[in-house]
Write a protein that binds this ligand. Structure first.
Ligand SMILES: Cc1cc2nc3c(=O)[nH]c(=O)nc-3n(C[C@H](O)[C@H](O)[C@H](O)COP(=O)(O)OP(=O)(O)OC[C@H]3O[C@@H](n4cnc5c(N)ncnc54)[C@H](O)[C@@H]3O)c2cc1C
Length: 473
């Protein structure tokens, strides 16, 4: 069987390795469009901060890794896919045949269409080359404007601040990380960042960029014109304004796409034998009841494993999409779980300690915690996640929590632990989570993550849906 994997980022690499592990005799080709070692996007902020060097971003450290696994690597630009002839055609005229095809081409930066956006000194951070350019211009005391305070923006903010630059963040929404937290938590996050010396302008858009003269280190000097009438001088402007799947080459292939490549729970596209995974794939999320592009590393790995297993004739399904639950911004840890914006007819409670940067919001439907947000409450993350994910019936504890949400740890102990809360599902997911964190820190290989992801997928497939824990009272 001939497997062709397009895209040599996290999803492509994990899928190719997974295929090799389970199909030792199959032929595998991994096709990338950036020559050089495969690297992890999620480690680019650490490269920008100076925490690691370029080799620290590589997905695999041994230069002969793919050779040893008999995974053939090729680089080049694809012109189109002929799905009837089972061929991928390259711009240089070469064609590669396949029996099973995986598209794992990720996404590119979405750049706002404003005058001057393509000036030198304006960069996204979605490739190694972008990160190199940012590092070259973000010298100590340089003036840097970061556009976008979503999840990627928050991660990049910390990385840029570590370079001792003067940093201003422009966010068009009325709050930071608006797709992860409500006004109370986001307001606290904003105050925290400002207390660390970062200027944050919310409800503000960048309207135009002009180049005026030479900036620091011979770089350009830019002026960002803002919707609030201000002009900010900058040696560097970084855009963290979203991403769009790399699917342009699929035109005419017959593969159905909307925003991303539409896949079913086995990661198969509308064309049998062709799969998609990672930031280019759009998949149904049973929890939210919507089609989504996950855009986070754990999903890319889960989906890659799932696609790989199906490509070699095993059966695996991916019904849920993992969201980013925990975010660290300038040292402040925020978290959001489940339906954090609440459900119609539900009840909620909010408590905050403004001075110590602590915040908790709980959202209920009947006696079940359906969503939660926390700021500065690291120890409670696991509890909140378990209560939300496993729809624990809280019984009388719901009213106690509505009176005082600070009793969340007691409620957890009473409702979960007493009922043997560490069931196999929670245990698997905890191992997966901590291994994923290790991988992000460079302490666990993606092979380990892939192996555990596979175990989690296959265990979950064998088990019935998680039961509701009972109420002890
Ligand atoms: C700055 C930043 C920080 C992030 N931080 C986190 C984080 O902390 N936690 C988290 O969970 N997620 C994070 N993410 C998201 C995470 O990195 C992505 O979800 C993950 O990389 C997706 O993997 P992927 O393989 O689908 O795509 P990618 O990693 O983008 O890989 C796609 C690969 O395909 C190649 N390619 C594209 N088009 C073609 C083509 N036509 N032919 C051949 N090859 C092609 C690309 O060059 C690339 O190498 C971050 C992302 C960014 C940008």
């Amino acid at each position: 069987m001939k497997h062709l994997v397009i895209g040599n980022g996290a999803a492509g690499v994990v899928a190719a390795e997974m295929i090799r592990k389970h199909a030792p005799c199959d032929s595998i080709m991994l096709l990338g469009n950036e020559p050089g070692p495969s690297y992890s996007l999620s480690l680019l902020p650490r490269l920008v901060s100076g925490d690691i060097g370029e080799s620290g971003c590589h997905l695999r450290s041994e230069s002969d890794h793919f050779y040893r696994l008999r995974i053939e690597q090729r680089f080049g630009r694809i012109s189109r896919i002929d799905s009837k002839a089972h061929k991928v055609l390259m711009e240089d005229g070469v064609a590669f045949g396949y029996d099973r095809l995986l598209i794992a081409t990720g996404a590119s930066a979405c750049i706002p269409t404003i005058p001057g956006i393509h000036s030198p000194g304006v960069h996204a951070c979605r490739t190694l080359q972008d990160a190199r350019r940012i590092v070259a211009l973000a010298r100590p005391r340089a003036h840097v404007v970061l556009v976008g305070a979503g999840l990627t923006g928050c991660v990049l903010m910390e990385a840029l601040a570590a370079r001792h630059v003067h940093l201003a963040v422009i966010e068009q929404n009325e709050r930071m990380a608006s797709n992860m937290m409500p006004a109370g938590a986001a307001g606290m996050l904003k105050r925290w960042c400002e207390s660390k010396g970062v200027r944050i302008c919310t409800s503000t858009r960048i309207l135009a960029i002009e180049r005026i003269n030479q900036g620091m280190a011979g770089g350009p000097r830019l002026v960002a014109r803002l919707s609030n009438g201000e002009c900010l001088f900058a040696d560097l402007i970084v855009c963290a304004t979203g991403a769009q799947p790399n699917i342009g080459f699929l035109r005419g292939s017959g593969i159905a796409c909307t925003q991303g490549i539409l896949v079913d729970a086995s990661m198969q596209t509308s064309v049998p034998g062709i799969y998609a995974a990672g930031d280019c794939a759009e998949t149904f999320d049973a929890a939210s009841g919507r089609m989504v592009i996950a855009g986070v590393l754990p999903n890319a790995v889960d989906q890659a494993c799932c696609a790989a297993l199906n490509m070699i004739g095993k059966s695996a399904f991916q019904h849920h999409v993992r969201r980013i639950e925990v975010l660290a911004t300038m040292g402040l840890v925020t978290s959001s779980f489940g339906e954090w914006h609440g459900l119609p007819g539900g009840q909620w409670v909010e408590a905050s300690d403004e001075r110590n940067y602590r915040y908790l919001r709980l959202e209920f439907r009947k006696d079940v915690l359906v969503g939660a947000n926390a700021v500065g409450l690291r120890e409670q993350h696991g509890m909140l996640r378990d209560l939300v994910q496993h729809q624990v019936a809280l019984g009388e504890w719901k009213d106690r929590l509505l009176r005082n949400p600070a009793h969340i740890s007691d409620a957890y102990r009473a409702c979960v632990r007493r009922h043997g809360g560490a069931n196999a599902d929670i245990a698997d997911q905890d191992i997966m989570r901590s291994t994923m964190q290790d991988m992000m820190r460079g302490q666990a290989s993606p092979e380990t993550v892939a192996a555990i992801a596979y175990r989690t997928i296959s265990n979950a497939a064998r088990r019935p849906p998680p039961a509701r824990f009972g109420n002890p009272s």
